[in-house]
Design a binder for this molecule. Structure first.
Ligand SMILES: NC(=O)C1=CN([C@@H]2O[C@H](COP(=O)(O)OP(=O)(O)OC[C@H]3O[C@@H](n4cnc5c(N)ncnc54)[C@H](O)[C@@H]3O)[C@@H](O)[C@H]2O)C=CC1
Ligand SMILES: CC/C=C\CC(=O)/C=C/C=C\C=C\C=C\[C@@H](O)[C@@H](O)C/C=C\CCC(=O)O
Length: 178
């Protein structure tokens, strides 16, 4: 199961950002986990949530959006560390891209993102094609164990992090995960 839907809007209507980016992730994850857990008759599985670099840093450009992505990281980290998780047979991981050339990015303007006029050139310089994120996603799924992984994707390449955001280089070491 993938939690991917999100919006960005720092203007009026910011409450909806919390509803979609954070509340809906919690609701969806609860529903999926209840269906998937092996100890309750399910088949187990993986739940991957699309974070953002905004879930790893604090940005004055998108403070509400950042708060939701940090919230997702905290929530998923908690599930990842649940001592009953191995019996449930569910793994949790996240992918954290930098700017990507999608309708979300293309629709950004100074009503939705703060300081956009000053920062847009820097963000556009860092922008990736969606394929880069798709390839990273597949790389994540090919790993034997993914519980605890955050795969950061940016124009420098890919970096695996563990839930505490310790940079461990490009190889995910499951022994350091939870
Ligand atoms: N585009 C970017 O620069 C970056 C995007 N992300 C994340 O990637 C994920 C995908 O975003 P993009 O593809 O860029 O955006 P997008 O705007 O192109 O796609 C978002 C999708 O979410 C859906 N959605 C929005 N609200 C919904 C709702 N209430 N119910 C059901 N579906 C809803 C939209 O219909 C759309 O298909 C998001 O979690 C976003 O935060 C992360 C880092 C950078
Ligand atoms: C604006 C694009 C909309 C949505 C995509 C998304 O996920 C939002 C990201 C928002 C903020 C990301 C900030 C990342 C910051 C760090 O990488 C800094 O090193 C970047 C330096 C300058 C950018 C401006 C800032 O930090 O506010």
């Amino acid at each position: 199961m993938v939690n991917n839907a999100a919006i960005v809007n720092e203007g009026s209507g910011w409450q909806r950002v919390i509803a979609i980016n954070l509340t809906a992730v919690i609701v969806g994850t609860k529903l999926a986990a209840a269906h998937m857990r092996k100890d309750k008759g399910g088949k187990g599985g993986r739940i991957v949530s699309t974070l953002s670099v905004a879930g790893l840093v604090q940005s004055h450009m998108t403070p509400v959006y950042c708060a939701t992505k940090h919230g997702v990281r905290a929530y998923i980290t908690g599930l990842c560390k649940d001592p009953t998780r191995p019996d449930q047979g569910i793994e949790y991981a996240m992918i954290a891209p930098d700017a990507v050339d999608t309708p979300m990015f293309q629709s950004v303007d100074s009503n939705r993102v703060l300081f956009w006029d000053e920062l847009k050139d820097e963000m556009k310089r860092r922008m990736m094609k969606p394929q880069a994120v798709g390839e990273a996603f597949l790389q994540l799924l090919r790993s034997d164990v993914i519980n605890g992984a955050i795969l950061q994707v940016d124009i420098q390449g890919k970096t695996f992090r563990h839930m505490e955001c310790v940079n461990d280089g490009v190889t995910f070491d499951p022994s350091k995960a939870f």
